[in-house]
Write a protein that binds this ligand. Structure first.
Ligand SMILES: Cc1cc2nc3c(=O)[nH]c(=O)nc-3n(C[C@H](O)[C@H](O)[C@H](O)COP(=O)(O)OP(=O)(O)OC[C@H]3O[C@@H](n4cnc5c(N)ncnc54)[C@H](O)[C@@H]3O)c2cc1C
Length: 128
């Protein structure tokens, strides 16, 4: 028989993993007032980057949750980080740079839109 320990905590939602999906779920559940517990097996953020940017729709959702400016501030340390290096090894210099010059997400919020661009109130953001 399954029996919870006397000091066990019951929560409506258990979120396993505190990365992009888990933290976003926690943020949006919290805004709805839904109690939850997030568990993450690592004590800190990953050493390996797993995101170069958040697209416009993602940033719109983060803006509604009030965290857009915090994300941009955290991402500002990567302002000079351009392009993707496609490489067979993390230790060498061999590889091909992709998108090194072209960076459509570099438009600062509030600046003029390029011709034909849709008028979203926010922009692509680098990941932090
Ligand atoms: C090189 C690279 C570049 C990318 N670039 C982009 C990009 O520019 N933009 C974009 O949107 N996406 C990008 N992605 C994809 C993006 O990183 C993933 O879609 C995203 O990380 C998935 O998030 P997730 O929370 O589902 O999973 P993960 O990020 O894999 O996180 C899972 C979390 O769960 C934790 N966990 C696992 N098992 C347990 C357990 N048993 N108990 C507790 N915690 C546990 C892990 O420690 C981890 O923190 C990129 C991915 C890679 C690899």
């Amino acid at each position: 028989m399954n029996r919870l320990a006397d000091n066990a905590e019951r929560v409506p939602v258990l979120i396993a993993g505190g990365s992009l999906v888990g933290l976003s779920a926690s943020l949006f559940l919290g805004r709805l007032g839904i109690g939850h517990l997030l568990v993450e097996k690592h004590p800190r953020t990953s050493h390996h980057p797993r995101g170069r940017g958040n697209n416009i729709r993602t940033m719109e959702l983060f803006r509604t949750a009030g965290v857009e400016s915090a994300i941009r501030e955290a991402a500002s340390v990567l302002a000079d980080n351009h392009g993707i290096l496609q490489t067979p090894s993390l230790t060498g210099t061999e590889g091909n740079w992709l998108f090194r010059e072209m960076d459509p997400g570099a438009r600062p919020p509030g600046s003029a839109l390029p011709d034909g661009a849709c008028a979203a109130r926010t922009t692509w953001s680098r990941c932090c």
